[in-house]
Design a protein around this ligand. Structure first.
Ligand SMILES: Nc1ncnc2c1ncn2[C@@H]1O[C@H](COP(=O)(O)OP(=O)(O)OP(=O)(O)O)[C@@H](O)[C@H]1O
Ligand SMILES: [Mg+2]
Length: 461
């Protein structure tokens, strides 16, 4: 393999995606990978930290995966480049800038044989020639560690069990978005259309539907007629094509100050969309992430349903070690204790690691004693979630803050003036928001949330 030529093509691919040429470290990572060096060796040669090299690698593999339409990692980058060379892609490299981005994101160049277009890791579904991805709203969250079982579960639900509506839930910062980014990268080749939508601007159903239909119809004429008088026009596209639609930050469809999952005024027709996605037959899948979920999803508990919920819990010790390593924190003995205290929440742990890094190594001692640190960005994130609670949920939380041990319903009823049905609904809603946990018949509040709420003493004494 001609290393110089390969790096030239790699540079063009990166430039086509980012508008920037490879920098020295990126080139060193690619060169080292092609020469079968470990990240450690590359870091030593380049005289920088291994975590820096890993992060650079992980960004590059994401770019190559998106541009080449297959999962690229350090272990298969060389093989992928060899395949491109054999497929005469390197001549094509001359025109790479013009030929990519045919349809939304990255497309396969037309003169690459089908054998190359076939995703080697794919499951048994057929690869379509017309694949359109719009991942322009998908965030790049940097290095990603662990979560192998969760990725396997979701892949199985989507590709084998053909689930139609999947919610990924968990408290803010637990990694819903990061996990879904990985998942999309791994399975997008199985779909004709893949689109990532952030619902931060709370689009109405009409706008949302029109946008999706425009994307699915590409240059064809829009067909806004419904397949059946009672079904939404969007359903026809979900029936005709195998589409993966990611809806991130779906809580923007729901009311603040109410129990979880109550639609905002003017957004109730999303209920019909989710109902039809569940009930009408089609070949597509919607992935939902956010602090609240539609009740049609949270109410389903049946194992064989086409609707599923994956509630994320914390990262495992190996993944957390990697995160700490990225912040130069390598020798922390009591890491299990720290993971437990911060529930393995990657956002909380990253914020703590960042705080310690900024304050200098001596802050590690604080991390290791009993104190629960509350960095400003964690407070902000918890505030955003807590601001959405209903009054009765706030009352229930303030009851739980006052308790040192898990409390059962009888005691909660005794201690409060809340009607029993309101109390039960509030507990259910807090569980759905993942702000409290159930232990047998008792309920408890997460330690960090307790710490945060206790600090807001005017509201939660
Ligand atoms: N598996 C992981 N490995 C490394 N970092 C991770 C992992 N999962 C999440 N993170 C990091 O933790 C932070 C929070 O992750 P993410 O934004 O995915 O959380 P979230 O659950 O979507 O939060 P929110 O509900 O606020 O949107 C990000 O900086 C992300 O990069
Ligand atoms: Mg998110």
């Amino acid at each position: 393999m001609d290393l110089k030529e390969v790096l030239k093509v790699a540079d063009k691919i990166v430039f086509a995606k980012t508008g920037q040429h490879l920098d020295d470290l990126e080139e060193a990572v690619l060169r080292g990978t092609l020469e079968r060096e470990t990240y450690k060796q590359i870091a030593k040669d380049f005289d920088c930290s291994e975590s820096n090299v890993r992060n650079t690698g992980s960004k590059l593999w994401q770019i190559f995966s998106e541009e080449l339409g297959e999962d690229i990692s350090k272990s298969n980058f060389r093989a992928a480049m060899e395949r491109l060379q054999n497929a005469n892609f390197f001549n094509f490299g001359q025109t790479v800038n013009h030929s990519f981005n045919i349809c939304g994101e990255s497309r396969h160049p037309p003169d690459i044989p089908n054998s190359y277009q076939q995703n080697e890791n794919s499951y048994n579904t057929k690869q379509s020639k017309n694949q359109c991805y719009d991942l322009s709203e998908m965030p790049d969250l940097g290095a990603f560690y662990g979560r192998t079982p969760e990725l396997e579960t979701l892949t199985n639900w989507i590709l084998q069990q053909r689930c139609r509506l999947i919610a990924i839930t968990g408290i803010s910062g637990i990694g819903k978005t990061a996990l879904t980014v990985q998942l999309v990268q791994q399975i997008k080749h199985e779909f004709e259309f893949v689109i990532w939508c952030n619902l931060d601007s709370s689009p109405t159903l009409a706008d949302f539907q029109t946008n999706l239909i425009e994307f699915f119809s590409q240059s064809e004429e829009l067909d806004l007629s419904a397949p059946h008088p009672k079904s939404l026009p969007l359903i026809k596209y979900l029936q005709k094509h195998r589409c993966l639609v990611v809806l991130n930050n779906i809580h923007n469809l729901f009311s603040s100050g109410e129990l979880a999952g109550k639609y905002k005024l003017g957004y109730e027709d999303y209920r019909t969309l989710f109902k039809q996605i569940k009930e009408l037959s089609h070949q597509s899948c919607l992935l939902l992430m956010g602090w609240e979920q539609p009740r049609i999803v949270t109410e389903v508990k049946c194992e064989n349903s086409v609707i599923r919920t994956l509630q994320l819990t914390g990262l495992d010790i190996v993944a957390v070690r990697e995160i700490f390593r990225d912040y130069g924190l390598v020798e922390i003995d009591d890491i299990e204790e720290i993971i437990q205290r911060y529930q393995g929440n990657p956002f909380w742990l990253k914020s703590i690691a960042n705080l310690i890094q900024e304050l200098g190594g001596c802050a590690t001692e604080v991390l290791l004693n009993e104190t629960l640190l509350l960095p400003e960005e964690v407070k902000e994130s918890l505030q955003q979630q807590c601001d959405r609670l209903s009054e009765t949920e706030k009352q229930v939380l303030s009851l739980l803050v006052a308790e040192n041990n898990p409390v059962n319903l009888v005691k909660l009823l005794e201690n409060s003036r809340i009607l029993s049905s309101d109390l039960l609904n509030s507990i259910q809603s807090l569980l759905r928001r993942c702000l409290i946990e159930q232990q047998g018949n008792c309920y408890t509040i997460l330690p960090l949330i307790k710490q945060y709420l206790a600090s807001l003493n005017q509201l939660y004494k």
